[in-house]
Design a protein around this ligand. Structure first.
Ligand code: 13P
Ligand code: SF4
Length: 331
């Protein structure tokens, strides 16, 4: 007999001391099961405040890790320990190499302040925390970079070169990307690691031109993980929740094409809201989590044999927490 996953998930949620958390990029049927939904910043804040013993996090690995770091007493499980492709592009040794690259080009280590996008492994956040740095998300990167600059130091921004460059451009700072062209750290304010999100690279200037030709007056709204040329050509750039608000605040007759992950844009889609792509820009790892996975992980709690639990060693957790807490303290 086949299992009615929705019914079983609801039964388990009623029975267990658990909060199900889901990122906006999750498949619709998984997203609908979330007790807490949001973008990565909202989920970090709200999960910390959840009163349940168990958090079941439907998202990608760095998100579950972040909850475990900021709320170490909670038991955090993930239906799929799926890893964000961008977060995979840097580990702690690449981080050390990046610091070394800058030092070798004449900037002393004590003049470098690292900031890591939340899309990174806990070991990278830990390195950043040890050096006095911050975590940021796409919602608060602007504030955090400005805060970082108050130190008078150069910013090492990892791992997303696009986010780093887009924010540097938006406030008229000089940036460069390690290993690309003649990146001279002495001349740059923000030195970016060469990582990127493959999903947000789908959006092209041709897509923007296509929509502008087809619907004169259309607005183009994109996530700051898109290439700087795309962000510059767009009418608006913002994090997931900022994009949702931007579209919701438009006149209902205003056409808008949105350049970010497919599941989210598809949920917002209307006769005037379009996906800014001729492809289907789904995040493969966000899409890995299914209702069956969510059921299995909840059942494992009921059966007292929890699976896919996030565990982080003491040293990593201690310094990653410093970097995350520094971010959370900034309102
Ligand atoms: P948000 O911070 O906007 O939730 O983005 C997370 C992410 O992975 C975007 O690709
Ligand atoms: Fe990572 Fe990109 Fe997926 Fe976001 S959309 S989780 S940055 S791979």
């Amino acid at each position: 007999m086949s299992i009615d996953y929705k019914k079983e998930i609801n039964r388990l949620k009623d029975k267990l001391d658990v909060t199900v958390v889901a990122h906006y990029y999750q498949r619709d049927e998984v997203f609908e099961m979330g007790d807490i939904v949001g973008d990565s910043l909202e989920l970090a804040r709200k999960s910390k405040e959840a009163t349940s013993e168990w958090i079941v996090f439907c998202g990608v690995g760095f998100m579950g890790q972040s909850v475990k770091v900021i709320a170490p007493n909670k038991r955090v499980l993930m239906p799929k320990v799926a890893c964000c492709a961008m977060a995979r592009m840097i580990d702690s040794s690449y981080f050390d190499d990046s610091v070394q690259y800058i030092v070798e080009r004449g900037v002393p280590k004590e003049n470098i302040l690292p900031i890591t996008y939340i899309n990174s492994d806990a070991t990278v956040k830990s390195k950043v925390g040890e050096m006095g740095g911050y975590v940021c998300t796409s919602s608060n990167a602007f504030k955090i970079i400005e805060k970082g600059l108050e130190s008078g130091k150069k910013i090492l921004f990892v791992p997303d070169r696009c986010l780093g460059q887009n924010f540097a451009n938006s406030i008229g700072l000089k940036s460069c990307v390690i290993g690309v062209g003649d990146c001279d750290p002495k001349e740059a304010d923000v030195i970016c690691f060469n990582g990127f999100c493959s999903v947000h690279q789908y959006f092209t200037l041709d897509d923007i031109e296509f929509y502008r030709n087809r619907y004169p007056g259309i607005k183009i709204a994109v996530h700051p993980e898109c290439d700087p040329a795309i962000v510059q050509a767009a009418d608006f750039s913002g994090s997931t929740s900022q994009l949702i608000k931007y579209v919701a605040d438009l006149d209902p007759e205003q056409k808008v094409a949105v350049g970010t992950e497919y599941n989210l844009v598809n949920r917002m889609r209307s006769k005037n809201t379009f996906v800014l792509s001729s492809t289907k820009p789904e995040c493969p790892t966000m899409n890995e989590t299914t209702l069956e996975d969510l059921y299995i992980v909840l059942k494992s709690i009921e059966d007292k044999a929890p699976i896919n639990e996030i565990e982080i060693d003491e040293h990593t957790a201690k310094y990653a927490k410093l970097a995350l807490d520094r971010m959370l303290e900034i309102k």
